[in-house]
Design a protein. Structure first.
Length: 319
């Protein structure tokens, strides 16, 4: 399906970072460089990032764009990164297995929003124009799959128009109203500034209605294979990351200002959005099972979206 590009101009997902309460797990001994995107796949990192800020630390973080993170991973300028799930599969193929997934960090958080009350079901999208970001990324593929499974041709029955980033969608909704596809926390941010905007359809719920095993896997935490092979500190990083995720989910009010500091969403919107962002941390066999199931659906819908073929077992870091 030629329409799918492996480049993502925006990731609709909310880069919020976690904070760990109480005593933190021991940190790694080796220097670790972690990359993250300004979107949902980074929400769980905010506390970890905040704990390491302003002190002598052998862990460094860089928040960059998708176009920047890809060459940084390939060239070894970062050791680990939080990225979209389908991008991980593409990088695995394009680097001959040099990139591996170590954890799932974000589950479904994508919605159809509308200024009005017309959209009550997937069928109501027939004949509509839907504004979105991330052409070729998992949200578009997910929507196309759900439309197809509901008897709606995504190329003939629905018009998909793309913008470069969520702020453009919010501006469009303010000016013209209409229907859009957004991810949290941008949904909550938009609802605070666009009169009459509401969550019309939860695409995760629609995915689940199809009866397919598993669920939507939006974001993952990856590492370079050479880093995993040379260091004994992977478990220390993952323990800190897990603690950060747990803190964010338990303390959204305290985590929200950290999200705002990254320029992801205002603190008020971030606090309301965090419980809807499905921030998680799943390692090992559970991570592998979730991704294998999700990738199989993406492969059936659009092989190019995961690099043209299903990833091999070596994609998954299962100690």
């Amino acid at each position: 399906m030629k329409r799918f590009s492996i480049y993502f101009t925006s990731i609709l997902l909310a880069l919020a970072l976690c904070a760990c309460g109480g005593a933190s797990p021991a940190g790694p001994k080796e220097t670790v460089r972690i990359g993250a995107l300004k979107g949902a796949t980074t929400i769980g990192l905010v506390k970890y990032m905040d704990d390491e800020a302003g002190k002598a630390s052998n862990v460094s973080f860089q928040v960059v764009t998708t176009d920047e993170i890809v060459p940084m991973l390939i060239r070894g300028e970062v050791d680990m990164a939080a990225i979209p799930s389908n991008l991980a599969a593409i990088l695995y193929h394009n680097t001959n297995g040099a990139i591996r997934v170590v954890a799932v960090n974000t589950l479904g958080l994508t919605y159809i929003v509308e200024t009005g009350e017309e959209i009550q079901s997937i069928e109501d999208l027939r004949g509509k124009t839907v504004i979105a970001t991330g052409k070729g990324a998992a949200p578009e593929i997910t929507l196309r799959h759900i439309l197809t499974q509901n008897g709606i041709d995504p190329d003939r029955d629905v018009t998909l128009e793309f913008r470069s980033e969520p702020g453009e969608i919010v501006a469009w909704l303010k000016q013209s109203g209409g229907v859009a596809m957004l991810q949290q926390p941008f949904v909550t941010t938009a609802m605070g500034s666009v009169e009459g905007l509401r969550e019309a359809i939860d695409l995760t719920a629609e995915w689940d209605k199809l009866g397919a095993p598993g669920t939507l896997v939006i974001g993952v935490f990856v590492a370079r294979a050479d880093f995993l092979e040379r260091t004994e500190d992977v478990s220390a990083v993952l323990a800190r990351y897990r603690a950060s995720v747990e803190w964010v989910n338990a303390h959204p009010a305290e985590a929200a200002p950290l999200v705002e500091e990254l320029g992801i969403a205002p603190a008020g919107a971030a606090e309301r959005a965090i419980p809807k962002c499905n921030v998680t941390f799943i390692e090992g066999a559970g991570m592998k099972q979730l991704l294998e199931t999700y990738y199989s659906v993406l492969f059936e819908a659009a092989p190019e979206s995961i690099g043209g073929e299903l990833p091999g077992d070596s994609l998954y870091y299962v100690p």
